[in-house]
Ligand binder design. Structure first.
Ligand code: FE
Length: 348
């Protein structure tokens, strides 16, 4: 028969029991788990997860989905969602998920000290763990770097019929357009977007890699891409990719002015997380030097923590450059406004 205990006494006893168990049992036997919803699926992430489990005893149950299906699942599951941590890409997407209340704030000195202020939410609802740049690539045999060294020049009359770019409403473009909107205002941004449409070599289709390939094949001469797609081609052993990398130049735009537009991969604790301590431990782990290297290298991105280094020779070969320092929250907000401008100029 169980002894009847008053509630505080019982709570005290079970806390004491938990402490005894924690001391007596190996980490794994406690069955501490973490449910991770990830829009990332890279080889080196495996090492990331297994190292975390080794260090903490926390087992990771992973669900991998595309960004939009992942967010849709979180919305549908609501309070019943088993998700503890969410990993996503793109500032505008992360910002929107935050606005929808899908994340819970995390008060962590480790996270606020290690992650620069412009790369996390002011209310600590999400944190960037790696960054990528949105750059311009061009056909080295037909285009001079000075003709494409700013985002503004993509709309220049001299570049008519040369541009390949994915759909305007893709989050990567919306984030870029949002940053232009923040810097230049609505009228100038609308004119600029109209200029992009006028300069297109073809209607938008495919992803960033398709745009780079279209430059290599001669279908267009200029394209816009995230850096990691280009670095992936640099690492490729396929002869046609090696040839492509020789043919296509890469420019970090706006070096003399605002700097190159940056975007992020980030993480958050899910609003209805049940394993909160485990979720926080995982987010803090992602900010460690070791995890930063794995996380960044998994997708050929830059770590965000000062001093964290990723040994990635191809990425390093792109060189150093001036980054735009707009807060991700600002970009996210403006990206939503940029969507409305697209309709005006017929950028689909
Ligand atoms: Fe991508």
């Amino acid at each position: 028969m169980t002894a009847k205990l008053s509630l505080p006494r019982r709570a005290l006893l079970s806390a004491a029991l938990a402490t005894v168990l924690a001391a007596a049992l190996p980490a794994q036997a406690q069955e501490r788990v973490l449910n991770l919803y990830s829009a990332r699926h890279y080889q080196t992430d495996e090492a990331l997860y297994s190292n975390f489990t080794k260090a903490t005893g926390i087992k990771i149950n992973r669900i991998e989905l595309g960004d939009e299906p992942l967010l849709e699942r979180l919305r549908t599951e609501g309070a019943a969602s088993p998700a503890d941590v969410v990993l996503l890409v793109d500032a505008a997407r992360i910002w929107r998920a935050q606005q929808e209340g899908l994340f819970a704030p995390v008060q962590s000195r480790i996270l606020t000290e290690r992650i620069p202020a412009d790369l996390r939410a002011p209310d600590n609802t999400w944190f960037a763990f790696s960054s990528r740049a949105r750059v311009i690539v061009y056909d080295k045999s037909k285009v001079k770097p000075a003709e494409v060294d700013t985002y503004e020049k993509l709309a220049a009359p001299g570049n008519k019929g040369k541009l390949c770019i994915r759909s305007g409403s893709h989050p990567y473009n919306l984030s870029l357009f949002g940053s232009v909107l923040e810097r230049s205002g609505e009228a100038a941004t609308t004119t600029w977007l109209k200029g992009l449409v006028d300069n297109m070599a073809r209607d938008p289709k495919g992803g960033d890699t398709d745009q780079i390939r279209a430059v290599a094949s001669g279908e267009c001469q200029i394209a816009v891409t995230n850096t990691y797609y280009f670095v992936r081609l640099m690492k490729s052993s396929r002869p046609e990719d090696k040839e492509l990398v020789q043919k296509v130049g890469l420019i970090f735009p706006n070096q003399a002015t605002s700097g190159t537009h940056m975007n992020i991969s980030g993480g958050a604790m899910a609003r209805n997380a049940k394993n909160r301590a485990e979720a926080q431990a995982f987010l803090e782990y992602l900010a460690s030097d070791e995890a930063q290297a794995y996380f960044a290298n998994g997708n050929n991105e830059w770590p965000v923590v000062n001093g964290a280094r990723a040994a990635n020779p191809e990425l390093t070969a792109l060189g150093d450059f001036k980054r735009e320092r707009l807060s991700i929250a600002t970009i996210g907000r403006q990206a939503a406004a940029a969507q409305r401008l697209l309709d005006r100029v017929g950028f689909r």
